[in-house]
Write a protein that binds this ligand. Sequence first.
Ligand code: HEC
Length: 102
Amino acid sequence: MNKVILSAVAGAFCMSAAVSHAADAERGKALFTQQAAPPCAVCHTYSKAGSNGMVGPNLDDLKPTAEAVRLAVTNGVGVMPAYGQMLSAEDIESLVLFVSQQ
Ligand code: HEC
């Protein structure tokens, strides 16, 4: 009986730990500026990231929708690499939160 309660408590703890890894814009910023490989900042100008890359479109001007960010990051566009195999779904959603403006 005690074992059952213990594993239920452990299960609840794991679930709350998972929630703390959910998508969030701060995580998106870290990925954008440093952690994605290559970091988005290398190619994109975006004031919220303090970046001034000149290879891709200026994201302040582009104001992409959530869906446009999700698609570009997952599948790549033109010379922009696809990150779908490198980043988790949570990481991609964090980038969507940080970058999308509509
Ligand atoms: C190697 C340079 C490079 C990197 C790194 C890069 N991009 Fe891009 N990105 C581009 C280029 C170039 C385009 C325009 C592609 C085109 O329209 O042909 C683009 C387009 C986009 C678009 C617009 C898509 C659309 O629908 O018009 C978004 C949003 C975007 N990138 C976000 C990101 C994010 C977020 C990251 C990091 C995970 C990233 N980019 C990394 C070069 C890059």
